[in-house]
Design a protein around this ligand. Structure first.
Ligand code: PAF
Length: 275
């Protein structure tokens, strides 16, 4: 496995590769990331993992500075799985002040986008830059960041990028909590409580499968149940898997999504539901 820090080195290393499978990450790798890399391994002869904490996707009061940076440990976890780890400096990814951005589709202003203005513009812009640098045939993203995956899929279609986007199922802890680098911000008591988010969404998914059709009431009740236990709820929503829009009558492929804060930690989760 080769660890590469500069764009020039990356381009030289990948020049003769024919099937590159790419996993973009911000590092601090956990089993969820490793699963994405395993999927990439099965899809390409050369697997590239990028590790870059992208300043453009963090708001001014978010956790950019404290986001865990654990490059050495990450590289150890990738030994034998990845061929190339690309860990550029901010100055490599942003050689000059970024004044050109990817304007994401309108859905980027809803759900997480309502609470993290500019976030998906930052994500789409850095992912496009990474795609330009790595030029993969396949790229793997986790469904845990469901809205991100939907926006990247739209970007790839609308910008005619010749890249197959693979969405991987969310990896979960034994109690059901979705794996996330941010879980480590949780105190012991918060970690115990955190599972309530996935339990709530799972309960909503079951209710939908059981025939409940009053989506607004389900969303309201789930939000209230979380709030009663001390969560600060940003949103609980039932949307269409297709485009994350509000589902129309008879829509059968749904996704239940939420974002909520427990103490200082913001958690997101989702479950797909096929009726
Ligand atoms: O999901 C992430 O880790 C990031 O948003 C990504 C896709 C690596 C872009 O910085």
């Amino acid at each position: 496995m080769q660890k590469i820090h500069t764009v020039a080195e990356l381009r030289a290393r990948l020049a003769d590769e024919t099937t590159v499978a790419f996993v973009p990450t911000m590092g601090n790798l956990h089993e969820g990331h490793i699963e994405l890399v395993r999927i990439a391994r099965a899809r390409g002869s050369c697997v590239v993992v990028s590790i870059f904490v992208n300043p453009l996707q963090f708001g001014p009061n978010e956790d950019f500075d404290k986001y865990p940076r654990t490059l050495e440990a990450d590289c150890e976890k990738l030994q034998g799985l990845a061929d190339v780890v690309f860990a550029p400096a901010v100055s490599d990814m942003y050689p000059e002040k970024q004044t050109i951005f990817v304007e994401p589709p309108p859905i980027a202003k809803e759900l997480c986008g309502e609470f993290r203005p500019g976030h998906f513009m930052g994500v789409a812009t850095v992912v496009l830059k990474l795609f330009n640098l790595v030029q993969p045939q396949v790229a793997v993203f986790g469904k845990k960041d469901y809205q991100q995956l939907a926006i990247i899929r739209q970007m790839v279609i609308q910008l005619n990028l010749p890249i197959e986007i693979v969405g991987a199922e969310t990896s979960r802890a034994a109690d059901g909590l979705a794996l996330s680098s941010r879980n480590q911000y949780l105190s012991g008591a918060e970690r115990t409580e955190a599972v309530f988010l996935s339990q709530t969404l799972r309960g909503m998914a079951e209710a939908l499968k059981g025939g409940t059709t009053d989506y607004a009431a389900l969303e309201r009740e789930a939000g209230a149940a979380l709030a009663k236990r001390g969560w600060v709820v940003e949103y609980v929503a039932i949307r269409s898997q297709k485009d994350l829009g509000v589902p129309g009558q008879g829509e059968r492929k749904l996704v239940v999504l939420a974002a909520a804060r427990l103490g200082k930690t913001r958690l997101i989760d989702n479950f797909e539901v096929c009726l």
